[in-house]
Design a protein around this ligand. Structure first.
Ligand SMILES: Nc1ncnc2c1ncn2[C@@H]1O[C@H](COP(=O)(O)OP(=O)(O)O)[C@@H](O)[C@H]1O
Ligand SMILES: [Mg+2]
Length: 338
């Protein structure tokens, strides 16, 4: 009897179809037979990912409405078998009819993966009505995690207790800088056990038009493979972005206070040791040091790369010319101490 897994997310674009494709190919590569059933009625796309789109394919709606035999709607590619979704909803697509249709394949495959649509209506309910296990996909942001949490609750309400989380499109840099949620925050937000993390990977984007079958080794493919191993009951280490461990997502408050104090010390040290501060069009204070007064009486200062010439006007207002080498970068400034 096939193990049936619903892949859901709540929010569209989280990566359900790409994950369904990647996971099924990983299972097949490990020697397990697998059928993917696209449940996204009206928006199905699995045929684009796993082969060339072919509008002459029968879909599971055709089988339920008896326009074809059940086996006739199965599309066999060189690696993985799939069934496309119907273009329109029909009153015949009840949970009972769909479960009966799926049961026809129970003895032909070890795994049946349902690629469910966004949300928790129509195709999601059909798939959930058949599934034994659930996989919730979420990108590491709060909106997707919130929708994922609702979808997970719905699966658990429907009796699919074995529902696990996949974080998709994980990218170390925005997570480390606190712009996206880290792994712990994702688990807290979705409130189910993690089964894997898939990195952001251009290879997935390019594979979306028929390329999954020929996908070369890449970080995402390795991540699909690790998740397939865990589904098969094997222990595999968690890998983030195929490299180092995750760093804390934020500076702690103590580190922030210390960095502000350090910046203030540098600023005041500059003010008290500089001969003048030039707040020019350079948009930043420049602490300049006196170098010489030339024969015309103009004062020359230097501040790192900058050379400044100060022109005194009536002894009160000072104008400056600032250059780097011979290039003038600002032609005036306000001298606030002398
Ligand atoms: N790990 C990933 N790395 C890069 N792009 C991804 C990844 N997963 C998904 N995508 C991109 O996100 C888009 C939406 O994915 P898809 O699987 O169609 O989402 P869903 O089925 O949840 O609506 C795809 O076109 C794909 O390019
Ligand atoms: Mg999809």
């Amino acid at each position: 009897m096939a193990v049936k897994i619903i892949v859901a997310s709540g929010k569209g674009g989280a990566g359900k179809s790409t994950f369904s494709s990647g996971l099924s190919l990983a299972l097949v590569e490990k020697g397990h037979s697998c059928l993917v059933i696209d449940c996204d009625i009206g928006q199905g796309c699995i045929e684009y990912m796993l082969s060339e789109p072919d509008s002459s394919l029968y879909n599971w709606g055709d089988a339920i409405e008896e326009r074809c035999e059940r086996d006739e709607c199965v599309y066999k590619t060189k690696l993985c078998d799939f069934i496309t979704a119907p273009a329109k909803i029909s009153e015949k697509y009840t949970e009972e009819n769909f479960r009966e249709f799926v049961s026809h394949f129970d003895d032909s495959y070890e795994y049946i993966i349902f690629d469910s649509p966004a949300g928790t209506g129509g195709g999601f309910c059909l798939a959930a009505g058949c599934a034994d296990k659930g996989i919730i996909i979420s990108t590491p942001d709060e909106i997707c995690a919130m929708a994922a949490s609702r979808a997970a609750d719905k699966l658990i309400d429907k009796g699919i207790e074995d529902t696990k989380l996949v974080i998709n499109r994980f990218n170390r840099a925005p997570v480390t800088s606190g712009k996206l949620l880290n792994v712990d925050e994702m688990i807290d937000a979705v409130r189910i056990q993690l089964i894997g993390v898939i990195p952001e990977d251009k290879a997935v984007t390019y594979a979306c038009t028929g390329g999954f079958i020929d996908m070369k080794d890449c970080p995402a493919k390795a991540a699909y493979s690790r998740i397939a191993e865990r589904i098969l009951g094997n222990k595999v280490n968690l890998v983030l972005n195929n490299s180092k461990k995750e760093k804390p997502s934020n500076f702690g408050t103590g580190a922030k206070i210390l960095s502000v104090i350090a910046a203030l010390i540098i600023l005041f040290a500059g003010i008290f040791t500089a001969d003048f501060i030039l707040c020019s069009r350079l948009k930043t204070p420049v602490f300049a040091r006196f170098t010489e007064i030339d024969e015309t009486g103009e004062a020359h200062y230097s501040a790192g790369l900058y050379n400044c010439t100060v022109y005194k006007d009536n002894g009160n207002i000072c104008y400056t010319s600032v250059s780097i080498g011979k290039t003038k970068v600002a032609s005036w400034g306000v001298v606030i101490s002398d």
